[in-house]
Ligand binder design. Structure first.
Ligand SMILES: *[C@@H]1O[C@H](CO)[C@@H](O)[C@H](O)[C@H]1NC(C)=O
Ligand SMILES: *[C@@H]1O[C@H](CO)[C@@H](O)[C@H](O)[C@H]1NC(C)=O
Length: 353
């Protein structure tokens, strides 16, 4: 079949890159230099990936490639930082245990972390033909709402989803809330960032306003960007795989008696509607642009590819020292699983709106 594949590949040779690569875990820590710069601890626990210049504060002028000496991402030129919350299991007795992570399909050996995509067209195939501009130094963004506890609130964000994995390759169906029943091969969370930029601002007060979804339709359907955010960018997209295998036996693991699911985000969301992600651009020089412009998939000739051992070896020490992996009676930061919007926390400014 090799001959056939080679022929097929030649016929569909991509014009531009589809970047899909793994990043290992840099650290799990209660830091968030985008939403809570200077705060250690920040309100909730994150898994953080990428360049080791990551710190409590990340000023927009910070030269992340110059200040990093390694990256936990596959491409040696990528010193960006990518992060999401982490997942916990809540047992019937009210205690919590952190859910471990597993590498994605094709990335065996990579320690936890996530898969990062930079897509130029919506279709997930090798034929990316559009050309997009890379993000610029100092660019950063956030997507999601930590306070969302209803489907309506989650629907503001079109593409923050969960997949109940039958196998590691299951991708659909996708839901906006946690899967209601045990998932044989784990749970996958996906975070797709908006793709229309205002062309001016590298950030905004809520870290979202400088970006927008297409005016109608979606990135996938080729929907046009609105006049206010007319620059069509690529789609940054995270996939995170949670290994729920230790928690899939409903009886042995004491799933709730009322039939609800037992997973909870590290900031207390027990619905899943508050799935969110953070991004700080930090590619070296024009490395991202060069890669996007080249016809490559997974490995890119214009970039240096590290193996899993090198990715796993790039870590930073935890700053906030607290129990995160035992059975704990409250989530790090004092959160408990919640299923309704926590308005009182908003009012006293404990969580962003
Ligand atoms: C993080 O910031 C602190 C205080 O600014 C500094 O002392 C420390 O060296 C930084 N760590 C890294 C890994 O850059
Ligand atoms: C709570 O339940 C979990 C899961 O069954 C168990 O491992 C843990 O020891 C229990 N903790 C307490 C304090 O009973």
């Amino acid at each position: 079949m090799k001959v056939f594949s080679a022929t097929a590949l030649a016929l569909v040779a991509p014009a531009t890159a589809l970047l899909r690569f793994p990043c290992a875990q840099l650290v799990i820590d209660r830091l968030d230099p985008l939403v809570n710069p200077g705060q250690a601890p920040s309100p909730h626990l994150h898994q953080i990936l990428g360049g080791n210049s990551f710190n409590i504060t990340m000023a927009p002028e910070k030269d992340m490639p110059a200040e990093s000496t390694c990256t936990s991402c596959q491409f040696s030129e990528d010193f960006s930082n990518y992060w999401t919350a982490v997942l916990y299991f809540k047992a019937r007795n009210g205690t919590y245990k952190r859910v471990p992570q597993i590498p994605n399909s094709g990335f065996t050996g990579v320690n936890g972390g996530m898969t990062v995509y930079y897509m130029q067209d919506g279709l997930y195939n090798f034929q990316q033909t559009s050309k997009v501009e890379a993000f610029q130094p100092g660019f950063r963004m956030f997507i999601g709402d930590v306070n969302a506890r209803t489907k309506e609130e989650a629907e503001r964000f079109r593409q923050l989803t969960f997949t109940c994995l039958d196998t590691i390759n299951t991708r659909d169906p996708q839901t906006l809330d946690f899967p209601p029943a045990p998932c044989q091969a784990g749970i996958m969370t996906a975070v797709r960032f908006p793709t229309c930029w205002d062309g001016k601002n590298l950030d905004s007060p809520d870290h979202m306003a400088h970006m927008s979804y297409p005016e109608y339709g979606s990135f996938e359907s080729g929907g046009p960007c609105p006049a206010t955010h007319s620059v069509r960018m690529g789609q940054l997209f995270y996939e995170v795989l949670w290994d729920t295998s230790a928690f899939n036996d409903k009886e042995a693991n004491d799933w709730p008696e009322d039939g609800s699911q037992p997973f909870v985000w590290s900031f207390g969301d027990g619905t899943g509607y508050a799935n969110h992600g953070d991004y700080l651009f930090g590619w070296k020089d024009d490395a991202l642009q060069r890669a996007l412009d080249a016809p490559c998939y997974i490995n890119c000739d214009t970039l240096t590819t590290q193996d899993a051992d090198a990715m796993n070896a790039c870590t930073v020490p935890r700053v906030v020292i607290e129990e995160i992996d035992g059975w704990v009676s409250e989530l790090p930061g004092g959160h408990q699983a919640s299923y309704v919007k926590r308005r009182w926390m908003e009012q006293i400014g404990l969580v962003r709106d």
